[in-house]
Design a protein around this ligand. Structure first.
Ligand code: SF4
Length: 354
């Protein structure tokens, strides 16, 4: 049965559909080169097309080439990424640009194996760059393509399990056409994003309807299987929103690895600790201390219950900048630095209150 379905030619149907109805005006489908394909693929991981478009356009305006990205400051890259989340993607992008310039003469390697050795480039992203930018046969298996293939072949189980992933890759490889590999990769991603959507697949307009097993079973949403749920642990923290008499807010830079790596955040301390404790380090006193309502921010692997505390200082501290790891952030004229999502939200609230 698997052998029989491996030989199904879905590519001609998908390409015919793409020619007629697929999107061809997305920003990364213009002036195609490996750099643009790579940046778009990384941005599109776990993020929808409509969200990515303005981020991609702004990124390309400021950092139009791999050399420009390699020479940029990490703060600029994280600033351009602020709001997209999963910041390790941006840090890896920066690292990889430096490697491409230092070790590959500024040109992207053109094979899946060599591309996959670069930070943040997995097998599917390597396949997208190879097929779309270099027009060489290579399979892709991003979230959209996984969904289409899991449904078309009715593959049970969560794609994070190695047996399920193995079958999906087998099918992805088997369906690569001999010609038009770049269009085929784009067509499969587009079909998953626009027709074979997570909750409302539009099977009536799908070119694969006649042979799709999930459609035949009448339950396309059953595929792909969901990740088994685990209860997430809960952590707590105080975020100190310290304002100097000029209304600027104290931010600190996180270490480059770990959660919010390289981003700028409010000073944090354990819940329940006295805010004055932190101020002693700056040798300043507070004129007002105001605790805000706690709220929950959820990461993929834990919940963080945040208690924001607004502190207004009576004087500016004399000494601050330790190794450029702290800054006074002016909300009206913001510095170009990367901000973690909860920090950005709290700064917006502070700005409204000012
Ligand atoms: S027929 Fe329906 S479930 Fe099957 S691939 Fe098309 S949209 Fe998805």
């Amino acid at each position: 049965m698997i052998q029989e379905r491996l030989q199904h030619d879905i590519s001609s149907k998908v390409l015919t559909w793409f020619d007629k109805s697929g999107r061809k005006d997305l920003p990364w489908q213009q002036n195609i080169n490996p750099y643009r394909v790579w940046v778009s693929e990384i941005m599109l991981q776990q993020t929808q097309v409509a969200t990515v478009i303005p981020f991609f356009v702004r990124f390309m305006e400021q950092l139009p080439t791999v050399a420009a990205l390699a020479q940029s400051h990490e703060d600029q890259v994280l600033h351009l990424w602020t709001g997209l989340g999963y910041y390790s993607r941006a840090r890896n992008l920066h690292k990889t640009a430096k490697i491409v310039c230092a070790d590959h003469g500024g040109k992207f390697p053109n094979t899946v194996d060599t591309l996959s050795e670069l930070p943040g480039i997995g097998r599917s992203t390597a396949g997208a760059i190879t097929s779309i930018a270099f027009k060489k046969p290579a399979a892709i298996l991003d979230g959209n393509v996984k969904r289409v293939l899991a449904r078309y072949h009715a593959i049970d189980g969560w794609p994070g399990q190695s047996a399920v992933s193995k079958s999906l890759w087998q099918f992805a490889e088997a369906h690569i056409p001999e010609k038009r590999v770049a269009d085929y990769s784009q067509a499969m991603m587009d079909l998953g994003a626009t027709l074979c959507t997570r909750s409302k697949p539009d099977c009536d307009h799908c070119p694969l309807q006649t042979d799709c097993l999930a459609h035949e079973q009448g339950q396309p949403q059953r595929y792909p299987g969901k990740k088994p749920k685990k209860a997430l642990p809960i952590k707590t923290t105080q975020m100190l929103m310290i304002k100097n008499p000029r209304g600027e807010i104290l931010l600190e830079k996180r270490p480059s690895s770990g959660i919010w790596g390289g981003l700028w955040v409010f000073p944090q301390q354990e819940n329940g600790a006295c805010p004055e404790h932190y101020l002693d380090k700056l040798a300043v006193k507070a004129s007002t201390v105001n605790s805000w309502q706690s709220y929950r921010h959820t990461f993929s692997h834990y919940h963080l219950d945040i208690t924001p505390i607004e502190i207004t200082l009576s004087d500016s501290p004399k000494m601050l900048m330790e190794n450029n790891q702290q800054l006074w952030y002016n909300i009206q004229q913001p510095a170009e630095v990367g901000l973690a999502a909860p920090i950005k939200k709290l700064l917006a609230k502070l700005s409204q209150a000012q």
